[in-house]
Unconditional design. Structure first.
Length: 140
């Protein structure tokens, strides 16, 4: 599935699609260069899921934990700053990934050997300052 999103407000088209189709697949990987809009899309998804916590990339850790209005847990990862996969192993990434709770992941390229084989891949391509091309596909 491919979306052309001409401004931030239209991101909810993508969030709705993801939430309607893929809630039974807990690993969602967000790819795209810096500033592509990974965190922005994750915020919109969390909004859809009625997360009351503030959604932002984890700054001092690798993972943030949110709770939805229905009291299910969401984990938001940003692996940008890790230097080796072992750092992810050390925080017990497997326990999060195989918990069955929704895991929203930025910079999964940093942990190629730790990522479960089944995941939803969301590729965000910067087209212009306000426009993004967003491709969604299921892997595994
Ligand atoms: N159509 C759009 N979709 C998403 N973001 C957009 C769009 N148009 C403009 N933006 C802006 O682009 C920026 C994207 O920043 P964001 O932090 O989400 O990027 P990121 O991919 O998470 O980057 P990083 O790799 O640094 O974590 C935000 O300021 C957002 O408002
Ligand atoms: Mg980000």
């Amino acid at each position: 599935m491919e979306f052309i999103i001409s401004n931030v407000e239209n991101l909810s088209e993508v969030s709705s699609h993801l939430v309607e189709r893929y809630m039974n697949n807990p690993i969602w990987v967000f790819n795209g260069e810096m500033g592509a809009g990974k965190t922005t899309l994750i915020k919109d998804i969390c909004d859809k899921l009625a997360v009351e916590d503030i959604v932002n990339s984890p700054t001092f850790s690798i993972v943030n934990e949110y709770m939805t209005a229905e009291e299910s847990t969401i984990y938001h990862f940003d692996f940008y700053r890790i230097e080796e996969e072992k750092e992810a192993v050390d925080i017990g990434v497997d326990e999060y990934f195989y918990s069955g709770d929704l895991c929203l992941i930025e910079w999964a390229e940093k942990i190629p050997s730790l990522l479960p084989s089944e995941y939803i891949e969301i590729n965000i391509i910067l087209q212009s300052e306000l426009e993004r091309k967003i491709r969604v596909k299921q892997n595994g």
